[in-house]
Design a protein around this ligand. Sequence first.
Ligand SMILES: CC(=O)[C@@H](O)[C@H](O)COP(=O)(O)O
Ligand SMILES: NCC(=O)COP(=O)(O)O
Length: 239
Amino acid sequence: MTKLSVNVNKIATLRNARGGNVPDLVKVSMDIERFGAQGITIHPRPDERHIRYKDARDLKKVVKTEFNIEGNPIDKFVDLVLDLRPTQVTLVPDAVDAITSNAGWDTIKNKDFLVDVISEFKRNDIRTSIFVDPDLKMVEGAKATGTDRIELYTESYAIEFQKGNEKGILPYVEAARLANELKLGINAGHDLSLQNIEFFAKKIPGLLEVSIGHALISEALYLGLENVVNLYLDKLELD
Ligand SMILES: CC(=O)[C@@H](O)[C@H](O)COP(=O)(O)O
Ligand SMILES: NCC(=O)COP(=O)(O)O
C-alpha cells in the first residue's frame, strides 16, 4: 500500500497571510493524522514564507505518524533536521528564491556532496530520500549516493495527464522499475491531485509514499465550501 503524507505548507501560507494563528498548523496536522493520513510533510524554505523553523519544532512534538522534512540541505536545514530527527528527510535542490520546487537533483554532478550529507543523516538514523526527475541516469546516480529512497518529481506527469496524455507516465514506470532493481525505495510528489493520483499509483510498481500539498489543500477548500457557506447561512437566519 502507498502511504499518503500530507504536505501542510499551504496551511502555513494561509496562517501567515494574517499574522495570527488561524488556521492552527499544529491542530490541522493532528487532525490530518486523525483522518487517516500516514504522514505529515513540511518543506521549510530559507525565507520561511510558509513553514517556519519553529513550526518544524512544534510539529515534531505532536506528529505521531511519519514526519518528513523536505528541503535544500543548506547548513541551517541540516542542523534543524539533525536536531529534530524526523522519520525521513527529503533533499530537494531548490534555489533560495524558487517559487516552488522545479527540478530534481543532478545526482552525478552532486554525488560527493550528496554522499556526505546523506551519510550524516543516516548515521543519525534518519531515512533519506532525494528528489529526482524520472531519468534513468539520475536514478542510477541516486543509488551511488547511498540514499534509502528517491522521490520522483511528478510535475511533468501531472501536466501530461491534465492534457489527456497517459503516456506521460512511461518515464516514471521505467524509473520505478530501475529503482526497484537497485533496491531504492520509491516516493513521489509534486502536483499530484485527486484527478491524477489513482492512475499514477496503479502504474508505478513499489510506490511507497506520496506527499501531496497544493492540490490536496485546494481540494479540501472546494469540497468544504458548500458546507461552510451553509453553516453561515444558518447562523444568519435570525427570524
Ligand atoms: C518537493 C516538492 O515538490 C514539494 O515540496 C513542493 O516543492 C512544495 O513546496 P511549496 O509548498 O513551497 O511549493
Ligand atoms: N514532495 C512533494 C510535496 O510535498 C507536495 O508537493 P505539492 O503537492 O504541493 O505540489
